[in-house]
Write a protein that binds this ligand. Structure first.
Ligand code: GDP
Length: 485
Protein backbone atom coordinates (compact mmCIF):
# COMPACT_ATOMS: atom_id res chain seq x y z
CA UNK A 1 0.00 0.00 0.00
CA UNK A 2 2.97 2.26 0.68
CA UNK A 3 3.76 1.98 -3.01
CA UNK A 4 0.86 4.02 -4.25
CA UNK A 5 1.32 7.46 -5.70
CA UNK A 6 -0.33 10.13 -3.58
CA UNK A 7 -3.56 11.29 -5.14
CA UNK A 8 -4.75 14.81 -5.66
CA UNK A 9 -6.67 14.57 -2.39
CA UNK A 10 -3.59 13.59 -0.40
CA UNK A 11 -0.89 15.95 -1.61
CA UNK A 12 2.54 14.77 -0.70
CA UNK A 13 5.17 17.41 -1.15
CA UNK A 14 8.47 16.04 -2.28
CA UNK A 15 11.15 18.39 -3.53
CA UNK A 16 13.45 15.59 -4.75
CA UNK A 17 16.22 16.32 -2.27
CA UNK A 18 16.10 20.08 -2.88
CA UNK A 19 16.09 19.91 -6.69
CA UNK A 20 12.67 21.52 -6.97
CA UNK A 21 12.49 25.23 -6.25
CA UNK A 22 9.85 26.84 -4.09
CA UNK A 23 7.39 29.31 -5.53
CA UNK A 24 5.39 27.19 -7.95
CA UNK A 25 1.64 26.91 -7.93
CA UNK A 26 1.26 23.30 -6.89
CA UNK A 27 -2.17 22.63 -8.39
CA UNK A 28 -1.21 23.79 -11.87
CA UNK A 29 1.41 21.05 -12.08
CA UNK A 30 0.74 18.22 -9.65
CA UNK A 31 3.57 16.02 -10.90
CA UNK A 32 6.17 18.50 -9.73
CA UNK A 33 5.57 17.80 -6.05
CA UNK A 34 3.81 14.48 -6.14
CA UNK A 35 6.93 12.84 -7.38
CA UNK A 36 6.15 9.40 -8.70
CA UNK A 37 9.42 8.08 -7.36
CA UNK A 38 8.63 9.21 -3.82
CA UNK A 39 7.92 5.82 -2.35
CA UNK A 40 10.04 3.72 -4.60
CA UNK A 41 13.00 3.34 -2.30
CA UNK A 42 15.07 4.68 -5.15
CA UNK A 43 16.25 7.82 -3.48
CA UNK A 44 19.70 6.35 -3.04
CA UNK A 45 21.23 9.25 -4.95
CA UNK A 46 21.22 12.79 -3.57
CA UNK A 47 21.84 15.91 -5.64
CA UNK A 48 24.99 17.78 -4.60
CA UNK A 49 24.58 21.09 -2.72
CA UNK A 50 26.55 22.67 -5.56
CA UNK A 51 24.00 21.49 -8.13
CA UNK A 52 21.16 22.85 -6.01
CA UNK A 53 22.75 26.27 -5.62
CA UNK A 54 23.62 26.36 -9.34
CA UNK A 55 19.97 25.65 -10.18
CA UNK A 56 18.73 28.39 -7.84
CA UNK A 57 21.17 30.85 -9.47
CA UNK A 58 20.05 29.74 -12.90
CA UNK A 59 16.41 30.29 -11.97
CA UNK A 60 17.21 33.84 -10.82
CA UNK A 61 19.02 34.48 -14.11
CA UNK A 62 16.08 33.12 -16.08
CA UNK A 63 13.66 35.35 -14.15
CA UNK A 64 15.84 38.39 -14.81
CA UNK A 65 16.40 37.65 -18.52
CA UNK A 66 13.40 35.55 -19.55
CA UNK A 67 10.54 36.52 -21.86
CA UNK A 68 8.69 39.72 -20.94
CA UNK A 69 11.68 41.34 -19.21
CA UNK A 70 13.50 44.50 -20.25
CA UNK A 71 16.66 42.50 -20.97
CA UNK A 72 14.74 40.17 -23.23
CA UNK A 73 13.18 43.08 -25.07
CA UNK A 74 16.58 44.62 -25.74
CA UNK A 75 18.11 41.35 -26.83
CA UNK A 76 15.19 40.67 -29.18
CA UNK A 77 15.53 44.13 -30.65
CA UNK A 78 19.18 43.43 -31.34
CA UNK A 79 18.60 40.18 -33.19
CA UNK A 80 15.76 41.79 -35.08
CA UNK A 81 17.97 44.67 -36.17
CA UNK A 82 20.73 42.32 -37.18
CA UNK A 83 18.42 40.20 -39.34
CA UNK A 84 16.83 43.15 -41.07
CA UNK A 85 20.03 45.06 -41.68
CA UNK A 86 22.17 42.00 -42.29
CA UNK A 87 24.81 43.12 -39.86
CA UNK A 88 25.33 43.28 -36.15
CA UNK A 89 27.00 46.64 -35.78
CA UNK A 90 24.20 47.83 -33.56
CA UNK A 91 25.73 46.38 -30.43
CA UNK A 92 23.52 44.52 -28.00
CA UNK A 93 22.73 46.49 -24.90
CA UNK A 94 21.23 43.50 -23.14
CA UNK A 95 23.19 41.89 -20.34
CA UNK A 96 21.66 38.49 -21.08
CA UNK A 97 22.53 35.75 -23.55
CA UNK A 98 20.22 33.07 -24.85
CA UNK A 99 20.10 29.59 -26.29
CA UNK A 100 17.11 28.48 -28.32
CA UNK A 101 16.60 24.73 -28.36
CA UNK A 102 14.81 23.32 -31.37
CA UNK A 103 13.49 19.76 -31.43
CA UNK A 104 14.35 16.88 -33.72
CA UNK A 105 12.92 13.34 -33.90
CA UNK A 106 10.84 11.50 -31.29
CA UNK A 107 10.19 12.36 -27.67
CA UNK A 108 13.16 10.42 -26.32
CA UNK A 109 15.55 12.15 -28.70
CA UNK A 110 14.05 15.50 -27.75
CA UNK A 111 14.45 14.90 -24.03
CA UNK A 112 18.07 13.80 -24.64
CA UNK A 113 19.03 16.99 -26.41
CA UNK A 114 17.01 19.24 -24.12
CA UNK A 115 18.91 18.02 -21.06
CA UNK A 116 22.20 18.45 -22.93
CA UNK A 117 21.38 21.99 -24.00
CA UNK A 118 20.15 22.89 -20.50
CA UNK A 119 23.41 21.69 -18.99
CA UNK A 120 25.38 23.72 -21.51
CA UNK A 121 23.25 26.77 -20.62
CA UNK A 122 23.94 26.15 -16.93
CA UNK A 123 27.69 25.97 -17.58
CA UNK A 124 27.80 29.11 -19.71
CA UNK A 125 25.29 31.31 -17.83
CA UNK A 126 22.97 31.50 -20.80
CA UNK A 127 19.18 31.38 -20.72
CA UNK A 128 17.48 28.33 -22.20
CA UNK A 129 14.41 28.97 -24.34
CA UNK A 130 12.42 26.38 -26.24
CA UNK A 131 10.49 26.50 -29.43
CA UNK A 132 6.88 25.95 -28.36
CA UNK A 133 6.05 23.48 -31.13
CA UNK A 134 5.48 20.64 -31.62
CA UNK A 135 4.05 20.17 -28.13
CA UNK A 136 6.56 20.82 -25.41
CA UNK A 137 4.09 22.99 -23.50
CA UNK A 138 1.32 20.37 -23.89
CA UNK A 139 3.53 17.71 -22.34
CA UNK A 140 5.68 19.43 -19.73
CA UNK A 141 5.08 22.09 -17.09
CA UNK A 142 7.25 25.19 -17.00
CA UNK A 143 10.44 24.13 -15.20
CA UNK A 144 11.57 27.52 -13.84
CA UNK A 145 9.50 29.43 -11.27
CA UNK A 146 8.05 32.86 -12.01
CA UNK A 147 9.01 32.91 -15.69
CA UNK A 148 8.71 30.92 -18.89
CA UNK A 149 11.00 28.88 -21.10
CA UNK A 150 8.76 29.29 -24.16
CA UNK A 151 9.77 31.78 -26.84
CA UNK A 152 6.97 34.36 -27.06
CA UNK A 153 5.07 34.51 -30.33
CA UNK A 154 6.25 38.10 -30.78
CA UNK A 155 9.83 36.90 -31.14
CA UNK A 156 11.64 38.18 -34.25
CA UNK A 157 10.90 36.00 -37.25
CA UNK A 158 13.97 33.89 -37.68
CA UNK A 159 13.82 30.51 -39.26
CA UNK A 160 14.02 28.08 -36.38
CA UNK A 161 13.55 25.01 -38.51
CA UNK A 162 16.97 24.67 -39.95
CA UNK A 163 18.49 21.30 -40.73
CA UNK A 164 21.66 19.52 -41.69
CA UNK A 165 22.17 21.52 -44.84
CA UNK A 166 21.06 24.96 -43.68
CA UNK A 167 23.88 27.46 -43.83
CA UNK A 168 25.62 27.74 -40.50
CA UNK A 169 26.12 31.30 -39.38
CA UNK A 170 29.37 30.43 -37.70
CA UNK A 171 32.60 29.59 -39.46
CA UNK A 172 34.26 27.29 -36.98
CA UNK A 173 37.55 26.72 -38.70
CA UNK A 174 38.34 30.33 -39.25
CA UNK A 175 36.76 31.70 -36.10
CA UNK A 176 35.70 34.40 -38.44
CA UNK A 177 34.36 37.23 -36.43
CA UNK A 178 37.41 37.46 -34.22
CA UNK A 179 39.50 38.58 -37.17
CA UNK A 180 40.33 42.29 -37.27
CA UNK A 181 37.38 44.30 -38.39
CA UNK A 182 34.74 41.67 -37.88
CA UNK A 183 32.16 41.69 -35.15
CA UNK A 184 30.39 39.09 -33.09
CA UNK A 185 27.25 38.01 -34.94
CA UNK A 186 23.87 38.48 -33.29
CA UNK A 187 23.12 34.80 -33.56
CA UNK A 188 24.64 31.48 -34.58
CA UNK A 189 23.08 28.19 -35.65
CA UNK A 190 24.72 25.20 -34.07
CA UNK A 191 23.85 21.83 -35.51
CA UNK A 192 24.72 19.04 -33.07
CA UNK A 193 22.63 16.14 -34.35
CA UNK A 194 23.86 12.61 -35.11
CA UNK A 195 24.93 13.63 -38.61
CA UNK A 196 26.72 16.87 -37.81
CA UNK A 197 29.93 17.49 -39.71
CA UNK A 198 33.48 18.00 -38.55
CA UNK A 199 33.10 21.72 -38.42
CA UNK A 200 29.98 21.48 -36.27
CA UNK A 201 31.92 19.13 -34.01
CA UNK A 202 34.26 21.96 -33.15
CA UNK A 203 31.54 23.01 -30.71
CA UNK A 204 33.29 20.56 -28.36
CA UNK A 205 36.65 22.32 -28.63
CA UNK A 206 37.55 24.81 -25.89
CA UNK A 207 39.23 27.10 -28.37
CA UNK A 208 36.00 27.46 -30.35
CA UNK A 209 33.90 27.77 -27.21
CA UNK A 210 35.63 31.00 -26.25
CA UNK A 211 34.16 32.45 -29.45
CA UNK A 212 30.81 30.68 -29.47
CA UNK A 213 30.05 31.79 -25.94
CA UNK A 214 30.23 35.45 -26.94
CA UNK A 215 27.31 35.17 -29.36
CA UNK A 216 24.18 36.58 -27.67
CA UNK A 217 21.76 34.17 -29.40
CA UNK A 218 22.65 30.54 -30.03
CA UNK A 219 20.15 28.36 -31.83
CA UNK A 220 20.92 24.70 -31.21
CA UNK A 221 19.37 21.83 -33.08
CA UNK A 222 20.19 18.37 -31.81
CA UNK A 223 18.71 14.94 -31.17
CA UNK A 224 21.65 13.70 -29.13
CA UNK A 225 22.67 13.32 -25.49
CA UNK A 226 25.94 15.17 -25.96
CA UNK A 227 26.76 15.53 -22.25
CA UNK A 228 29.64 12.97 -22.29
CA UNK A 229 31.51 15.24 -24.72
CA UNK A 230 31.03 18.22 -22.39
CA UNK A 231 32.71 16.13 -19.68
CA UNK A 232 35.71 15.69 -21.99
CA UNK A 233 36.26 19.44 -22.37
CA UNK A 234 38.94 20.76 -20.01
CA UNK A 235 37.07 24.05 -19.56
CA UNK A 236 33.94 22.33 -18.18
CA UNK A 237 35.48 19.35 -16.41
CA UNK A 238 35.99 20.82 -12.96
CA UNK A 239 32.56 22.44 -12.73
CA UNK A 240 30.79 19.32 -14.01
CA UNK A 241 32.58 17.13 -11.47
CA UNK A 242 31.47 19.44 -8.68
CA UNK A 243 27.90 19.54 -9.94
CA UNK A 244 27.76 15.77 -10.34
CA UNK A 245 30.16 13.98 -7.99
CA UNK A 246 28.39 10.80 -9.09
CA UNK A 247 28.78 11.00 -12.85
CA UNK A 248 26.00 8.57 -13.68
CA UNK A 249 23.39 10.87 -12.12
CA UNK A 250 23.54 13.66 -14.72
CA UNK A 251 20.38 12.80 -16.63
CA UNK A 252 18.78 11.34 -13.51
CA UNK A 253 18.82 14.71 -11.73
CA UNK A 254 18.59 17.01 -14.75
CA UNK A 255 15.64 15.04 -16.14
CA UNK A 256 13.84 14.95 -12.81
CA UNK A 257 14.44 18.68 -12.49
CA UNK A 258 13.21 19.64 -15.98
CA UNK A 259 10.50 17.19 -16.95
CA UNK A 260 7.23 17.42 -15.06
CA UNK A 261 4.28 16.06 -17.03
CA UNK A 262 1.28 18.40 -17.28
CA UNK A 263 -1.84 17.47 -15.30
CA UNK A 264 -3.69 15.52 -18.05
CA UNK A 265 -0.63 13.32 -18.69
CA UNK A 266 0.01 13.03 -14.98
CA UNK A 267 -3.52 11.86 -14.46
CA UNK A 268 -3.05 9.07 -17.06
CA UNK A 269 0.21 8.01 -15.44
CA UNK A 270 -1.15 7.91 -11.90
CA UNK A 271 -4.44 6.25 -12.75
CA UNK A 272 -2.76 3.54 -14.84
CA UNK A 273 -0.17 2.99 -12.14
CA UNK A 274 -2.75 2.68 -9.39
CA UNK A 275 -5.03 0.39 -11.34
CA UNK A 276 -2.42 -2.03 -12.64
CA UNK A 277 0.97 -1.73 -11.05
CA UNK A 278 0.76 -0.38 -7.52
CA UNK A 279 -0.56 -3.58 -5.95
CA UNK A 280 2.13 -5.92 -7.32
CA UNK A 281 5.03 -7.07 -5.16
CA UNK A 282 7.44 -6.40 -7.97
CA UNK A 283 7.18 -4.42 -11.19
CA UNK A 284 9.19 -5.45 -14.23
CA UNK A 285 9.37 -3.08 -17.20
CA UNK A 286 10.16 -4.30 -20.70
CA UNK A 287 10.66 -1.66 -23.38
CA UNK A 288 10.51 -3.17 -26.84
CA UNK A 289 11.64 -0.92 -29.65
CA UNK A 290 11.92 -2.48 -33.08
CA UNK A 291 13.72 -0.37 -35.65
CA UNK A 292 13.31 -2.87 -38.51
CA UNK A 293 9.92 -3.72 -39.89
CA UNK A 294 10.82 -7.27 -40.87
CA UNK A 295 7.79 -9.47 -40.01
CA UNK A 296 10.05 -12.51 -39.61
CA UNK A 297 11.70 -10.87 -36.64
CA UNK A 298 8.69 -11.27 -34.34
CA UNK A 299 9.39 -14.84 -33.20
CA UNK A 300 13.07 -14.25 -32.90
CA UNK A 301 12.65 -11.13 -30.76
CA UNK A 302 10.05 -12.83 -28.57
CA UNK A 303 12.49 -15.71 -27.97
CA UNK A 304 15.22 -13.19 -27.21
CA UNK A 305 13.10 -11.36 -24.64
CA UNK A 306 12.14 -14.62 -22.93
CA UNK A 307 15.77 -15.79 -22.89
CA UNK A 308 16.76 -12.52 -21.25
CA UNK A 309 14.06 -12.32 -18.59
CA UNK A 310 13.59 -16.01 -17.76
CA UNK A 311 16.69 -18.03 -18.58
CA UNK A 312 19.48 -15.55 -18.16
CA UNK A 313 18.32 -13.25 -15.38
CA UNK A 314 15.48 -14.66 -13.32
CA UNK A 315 13.39 -11.55 -13.79
CA UNK A 316 10.36 -13.73 -14.54
CA UNK A 317 9.73 -17.36 -13.59
CA UNK A 318 9.51 -20.45 -15.76
CA UNK A 319 6.14 -22.05 -16.37
CA UNK A 320 5.56 -25.56 -15.14
CA UNK A 321 4.84 -27.84 -18.03
CA UNK A 322 1.76 -29.70 -16.73
CA UNK A 323 1.82 -32.09 -19.68
CA UNK A 324 5.18 -33.54 -18.65
CA UNK A 325 4.46 -33.83 -14.94
CA UNK A 326 0.70 -34.03 -14.56
CA UNK A 327 -0.58 -32.77 -11.25
CA UNK A 328 2.71 -31.13 -10.27
CA UNK A 329 2.07 -28.14 -8.09
CA UNK A 330 4.30 -25.13 -7.72
CA UNK A 331 7.63 -26.05 -6.17
CA UNK A 332 7.56 -23.10 -3.83
CA UNK A 333 4.16 -21.90 -2.82
CA UNK A 334 4.04 -18.15 -3.07
CA UNK A 335 1.40 -15.50 -3.13
CA UNK A 336 3.70 -12.98 -4.72
CA UNK A 337 2.56 -11.12 -7.78
CA UNK A 338 4.69 -9.58 -10.46
CA UNK A 339 3.33 -6.92 -12.78
CA UNK A 340 5.03 -6.83 -16.15
CA UNK A 341 4.74 -3.52 -17.97
CA UNK A 342 5.52 -3.90 -21.64
CA UNK A 343 5.75 -0.85 -23.87
CA UNK A 344 5.92 -1.21 -27.61
CA UNK A 345 4.33 0.20 -30.73
CA UNK A 346 3.18 -3.37 -31.42
CA UNK A 347 0.83 -5.34 -29.11
CA UNK A 348 1.95 -8.81 -30.19
CA UNK A 349 4.78 -9.21 -27.67
CA UNK A 350 2.67 -8.44 -24.64
CA UNK A 351 -0.20 -10.56 -26.00
CA UNK A 352 2.15 -13.53 -26.42
CA UNK A 353 3.74 -13.16 -22.97
CA UNK A 354 0.35 -12.61 -21.31
CA UNK A 355 -1.01 -15.72 -22.97
CA UNK A 356 2.02 -17.69 -21.91
CA UNK A 357 1.43 -16.95 -18.22
CA UNK A 358 -2.36 -16.94 -18.26
CA UNK A 359 -3.82 -19.66 -16.03
CA UNK A 360 -0.43 -21.35 -15.80
CA UNK A 361 1.49 -22.28 -12.71
CA UNK A 362 4.96 -20.87 -12.44
CA UNK A 363 7.92 -22.60 -10.85
CA UNK A 364 8.11 -20.02 -8.10
CA UNK A 365 4.35 -19.96 -7.64
CA UNK A 366 4.33 -16.26 -8.45
CA UNK A 367 1.37 -14.81 -10.30
CA UNK A 368 2.43 -12.88 -13.39
CA UNK A 369 0.24 -10.14 -14.83
CA UNK A 370 1.15 -8.50 -18.11
CA UNK A 371 0.13 -4.95 -19.09
CA UNK A 372 0.64 -2.72 -22.08
CA UNK A 373 -0.77 0.80 -21.75
CA UNK A 374 -0.83 1.63 -25.45
CA UNK A 375 -0.02 0.17 -28.86
CA UNK A 376 0.20 2.94 -31.34
CA UNK A 377 1.39 0.82 -34.29
CA UNK A 378 3.64 3.52 -35.68
CA UNK A 379 5.51 6.64 -34.70
CA UNK A 380 3.52 9.89 -35.13
CA UNK A 381 5.69 12.73 -33.97
CA UNK A 382 3.27 15.55 -34.74
CA UNK A 383 0.23 13.98 -33.05
CA UNK A 384 -0.25 15.33 -29.53
CA UNK A 385 -2.31 12.45 -28.13
CA UNK A 386 0.31 10.04 -29.45
CA UNK A 387 3.09 12.00 -27.74
CA UNK A 388 1.12 12.06 -24.49
CA UNK A 389 0.90 8.28 -24.64
CA UNK A 390 4.63 8.10 -25.30
CA UNK A 391 5.34 10.23 -22.23
CA UNK A 392 2.95 8.12 -20.14
CA UNK A 393 4.77 4.96 -21.24
CA UNK A 394 8.19 6.43 -20.47
CA UNK A 395 7.12 7.49 -16.97
CA UNK A 396 5.43 4.19 -16.20
CA UNK A 397 8.62 2.36 -17.23
CA UNK A 398 10.61 4.62 -14.91
CA UNK A 399 8.38 3.50 -12.04
CA UNK A 400 9.27 -0.19 -12.37
CA UNK A 401 11.72 -1.97 -10.06
CA UNK A 402 13.65 -3.75 -12.78
CA UNK A 403 13.85 -2.62 -16.36
CA UNK A 404 14.69 -4.31 -19.64
CA UNK A 405 15.32 -1.94 -22.55
CA UNK A 406 16.05 -2.16 -26.27
CA UNK A 407 19.46 -1.23 -27.70
CA UNK A 408 20.08 2.30 -28.99
CA UNK A 409 16.65 3.60 -28.03
CA UNK A 410 16.46 7.04 -26.46
CA UNK A 411 12.90 6.19 -25.34
CA UNK A 412 14.38 3.55 -23.04
CA UNK A 413 17.27 5.81 -21.98
CA UNK A 414 14.87 8.42 -20.59
CA UNK A 415 12.93 5.78 -18.63
CA UNK A 416 16.05 4.22 -17.11
CA UNK A 417 17.66 7.52 -16.11
CA UNK A 418 14.52 9.07 -14.63
CA UNK A 419 13.87 5.88 -12.72
CA UNK A 420 17.46 5.58 -11.52
CA UNK A 421 17.65 2.08 -13.01
CA UNK A 422 20.51 0.17 -14.56
CA UNK A 423 18.63 -1.75 -17.22
CA UNK A 424 19.20 -5.09 -18.85
CA UNK A 425 19.74 -4.08 -22.47
CA UNK A 426 18.41 -6.41 -25.15
CA UNK A 427 21.11 -6.85 -27.78
CA UNK A 428 20.16 -5.76 -31.26
CA UNK A 429 18.02 -8.58 -32.67
CA UNK A 430 20.47 -9.03 -35.56
CA UNK A 431 23.11 -10.06 -33.05
CA UNK A 432 20.97 -12.55 -31.17
CA UNK A 433 20.99 -16.27 -31.76
CA UNK A 434 20.80 -19.34 -29.55
CA UNK A 435 24.50 -19.15 -28.69
CA UNK A 436 24.53 -15.42 -27.86
CA UNK A 437 22.88 -13.97 -24.78
CA UNK A 438 19.66 -12.01 -25.25
CA UNK A 439 20.68 -9.11 -23.07
CA UNK A 440 23.38 -7.53 -20.98
CA UNK A 441 23.27 -5.42 -17.82
CA UNK A 442 24.12 -1.73 -18.24
CA UNK A 443 27.08 -0.43 -16.22
CA UNK A 444 25.38 2.87 -15.45
CA UNK A 445 21.95 4.44 -15.69
CA UNK A 446 23.17 7.20 -18.00
CA UNK A 447 21.96 7.48 -21.61
CA UNK A 448 24.37 6.84 -24.46
CA UNK A 449 25.61 9.65 -26.71
CA UNK A 450 24.89 7.60 -29.81
CA UNK A 451 26.82 9.55 -32.41
CA UNK A 452 29.66 11.51 -30.79
CA UNK A 453 32.23 13.24 -33.00
CA UNK A 454 35.72 11.76 -32.91
CA UNK A 455 37.44 15.02 -33.76
CA UNK A 456 40.68 15.69 -31.92
CA UNK A 457 40.59 19.45 -31.29
CA UNK A 458 44.37 19.86 -31.32
CA UNK A 459 45.47 17.73 -34.27
CA UNK A 460 42.20 18.02 -36.22
CA UNK A 461 42.52 14.30 -36.78
CA UNK A 462 40.44 11.69 -34.96
CA UNK A 463 40.81 10.22 -31.49
CA UNK A 464 39.14 7.41 -29.51
CA UNK A 465 37.07 9.44 -27.03
CA UNK A 466 36.18 6.34 -25.04
CA UNK A 467 39.79 5.99 -23.89
CA UNK A 468 40.53 9.46 -22.59
CA UNK A 469 39.15 9.35 -19.04
CA UNK A 470 37.82 6.45 -16.97
CA UNK A 471 34.31 7.85 -16.59
CA UNK A 472 33.54 8.31 -20.28
CA UNK A 473 33.31 4.90 -21.96
CA UNK A 474 31.86 3.34 -25.06
CA UNK A 475 28.26 2.21 -24.65
CA UNK A 476 27.12 -1.37 -24.11
CA UNK A 477 24.69 -1.10 -27.00
CA UNK A 478 26.74 1.04 -29.35
CA UNK A 479 30.51 0.66 -29.77
CA UNK A 480 30.86 4.13 -31.30
CA UNK A 481 28.76 5.78 -28.58
CA UNK A 482 29.93 7.37 -25.34
CA UNK A 483 28.43 7.22 -21.88
CA UNK A 484 29.24 8.39 -18.40
CA UNK A 485 29.80 5.70 -15.83
P1 GDP B 1 13.93 6.12 -30.15
O1 GDP B 1 13.60 6.30 -31.60
O2 GDP B 1 13.67 4.75 -29.65
O3 GDP B 1 15.31 6.59 -29.83
O4 GDP B 1 12.93 7.04 -29.28
P2 GDP B 1 12.13 8.38 -29.61
O5 GDP B 1 11.24 8.61 -28.44
O6 GDP B 1 13.04 9.48 -29.97
O7 GDP B 1 11.26 8.08 -30.90
C1 GDP B 1 10.36 7.04 -30.92
C2 GDP B 1 8.92 7.53 -30.94
O8 GDP B 1 8.09 6.45 -31.38
C3 GDP B 1 8.39 7.90 -29.57
O9 GDP B 1 8.61 9.23 -29.23
C4 GDP B 1 6.91 7.56 -29.71
O10 GDP B 1 6.29 8.56 -30.45
C5 GDP B 1 6.98 6.29 -30.54
N1 GDP B 1 7.21 5.10 -29.69
C6 GDP B 1 8.25 4.23 -29.78
N2 GDP B 1 8.11 3.25 -28.85
C7 GDP B 1 6.97 3.51 -28.17
C8 GDP B 1 6.29 2.86 -27.08
O11 GDP B 1 6.73 1.85 -26.54
N3 GDP B 1 5.15 3.47 -26.64
C9 GDP B 1 4.65 4.59 -27.21
N4 GDP B 1 3.51 5.10 -26.71
N5 GDP B 1 5.25 5.21 -28.24
C10 GDP B 1 6.41 4.69 -28.70
Amino acid sequence: AEESIPSVEEPHVNDLGGLIAEGFDEKSCLSRYQSPWKNKGQQQHQPSPHLISKLRNYEALHRRCGPHTESFRKASEYINYSIHNNNSNHSSSSDCQYIIWTPKNGLGNQMMSLVSVFLYALLTQKVLLVKPQPHISDLFCEPFPGTSWLIPSSFPPINLTFGKDSPRTYDYYNLKWEKPGSVIPAYAYLYLAHDCNEEDARFFCDEDQTFIQKVPWLIIRSNQYFVPSLFLMPSFQKELSELFPEKETVFHFSGRYLFHPVNPVWSSITSYYKANLAGADEKIGIQVRIFKTDPDLFDKILQQILACVIKENDLLPQIIDETKKPGTDALHKSNRTKAVLITCLDARYSNAIRKMYEEKTTQTGEIIRVFQPSNEMRQKCTDLVHSMKALTDIYLLSLTDKLVTSSISTFGYVAQSLGGLKPWILHRPEEYNASNPGCQRAVSMEPCYLAPPTLDCKTRGTVDKGKIVGYVRHCEDRAKGLKLI
